[in-house]
Design a protein around this ligand. Structure first.
Ligand code: NAI
Length: 377
């Protein structure tokens, strides 16, 4: 099978998410990194792309130069990943979709709901894939949880409780570090800080595992470091279309919590628990029964969890391989076998609508808001 040609925008040297994309995309032999505009500093971006093995004529100083040079090549890109700060996602993703190139966009997909709706429409009109990197949903045991809910193994889901709370922006003396600061600056991050940065992973995970959509929410936001314009802590209550009650806490000042992403799903006949810091294990308690640990790689897993487990049972299989699972699903989808778990622009749009609903709710003292994008109401 021919390898797919992959380009990257952002994710330069020292960036947080860039390495996970490269480890993930290159893990299974589906993609080759052939082009990149990796850094907001043109020379640094060109140099780093060359260091990664990109040919000098495809190591670009910025994404517009990359688009102009790549769009008419015979050996054009099959996929471009957009891993720049949030405010740039829309313009870059739209331009590459319009040029007929599939996109994997980092979350949050866009800053405004109108932009999100436009990307959904642009993907449909161009017939290109616009995926969003909700990579936690590609851990094998998250896929197992979703398959168990779909198979009715915990009955109708009554309640989902999730948190994505870490303490890595809790040091007020580091608040001016440029890599931290942009996340709380509306010009770079949009209308929300921590909820848009981490909370939407948790919200997406709730929808993903419950196989349901968030319809309404109520939010309380706080900027616990006063120099921050945007929130660094949020509590969000939500309701899903099939009546499931949701609770979500997200924070970046919870000192002592490391990655801090976990989810519990409580159904009529059982409960499930998964945490990103122990990603190989899914905890299952049937009603009236004993708590059991389901391990990645053991026998009897649902097909999707089996397919995405690579290394032997009990060996750690971490974050870059979850990202690799997104790239595997993308490779299959690009080659014509669409993968149902792959998060697409519609999921990205739902998150943006939820962000705006949460901001409106927080401003209105927690008043409940419709969390659905207008085009899906
Ligand atoms: P970062 O600040 O660590 O790195 C950003 C990188 O993009 C830098 O290399 C910078 O030079 C480059 N860049 C900035 N503007 C650019 C432009 N116009 N053209 C080309 N390169 C440009 O940021 P980080 O944490 O890597 O975040 C990037 C994106 O990834 C954000 O949207 C963030 O929300 C998302 N993210 C997603 C995660 C996930 O779990 N899916 C985890 C961490 C970040």
């Amino acid at each position: 099978m021919a390898r797919l040609k992959w380009g990257m925008i952002g994710g330069g040297e020292g960036s947080q998410i860039g390495p996970a994309h490269r480890l993930g995309a290159l893990a299974d032999g589906h993609f080759d990194l052939v082009a990149g505009a990796l850094d907001h500093r043109p020379e640094a971006g060109r140099a780093y792309a060359r260091q990664l093995g990109v040919a000098p004529d495809r190591a670009y100083g910025d994404w517009k130069e990359m688009l102009a040079a790549e769009r008419d090549r015979a050996d054009r890109l099959d996929l471009v990943t957009v891993a720049t700060p949030n405010a740039t996602h829309y313009e870059i993703s739209k331009a590459f979709l319009e040029a007929g190139i599939n996109v994997l966009c980092e979350k949050p997909m866009t800053v405004t709901v109108a932009e999100g709706e436009d990307l959904v429409r642009t993907a449909a009109r161009t017939g290109r894939i616009c995926a969003v990197n909700y990579c936690y949903s590609a851990y094998p045991m998250v896929r197992q949880a979703r398959a168990m809910v779909r198979a009715g193994e915990i009955g109708r889901v009554r309640l989902v409780v999730t948190s994505f709370s870490h303490g890595h922006h809790g040091d007020a003396t580091d608040a001016d570090n440029p890599r931290v600061r942009w996340r709380y600056d509306p010009a770079m991050a949009g209308v929300s800080g921590q909820f848009a940065d981490c909370g939407i992973h948790a919200l997406h995970m709730a929808s993903f595992i419950c196989d349901d959509e968030v319809e309404s929410l109520s939010a309380d936001f706080a900027s616990t470091i006063p120099s921050r314009v945007l929130e660094d802590d949020a509590m969000v209550n939500f309701r899903m279309a099939r009546g499931t009650v949701g609770r979500l806490w997200t924070s970046s000042v919870a000192i002592g919590r490391q990655h801090g992403f976990d989810i519990q799903v409580f159904g009529e006949t059982g409960g499930l628990r998964w945490a990103s810091e122990q990603p190989n294990q899914l905890i299952h308690t049937p009603v009236g029964g004993r708590t059991q640990i389901i391990e990645k790689g053991e026998g009897g897993l649902h097909d999707d969890a089996k397919r995405l487990s690579r290394v032997a049972i009990a060996h750690p299989e971490g974050f870059p391989l979850a990202v690799a699972n997104i790239y595997c699903d993308l490779a299959d989808t690009i080659r014509g076998s669409a993968r149902d778990g792959l998060p697409l622009a519609a999921s990205g749009l739902r998150s943006i609508a939820a962000i705006h609903a949460a901001v409106a709710s927080a401003k209105a003292g927690g008043a409940w808001q419709d969390a659905r994008p207008p085009m899906f109401r």
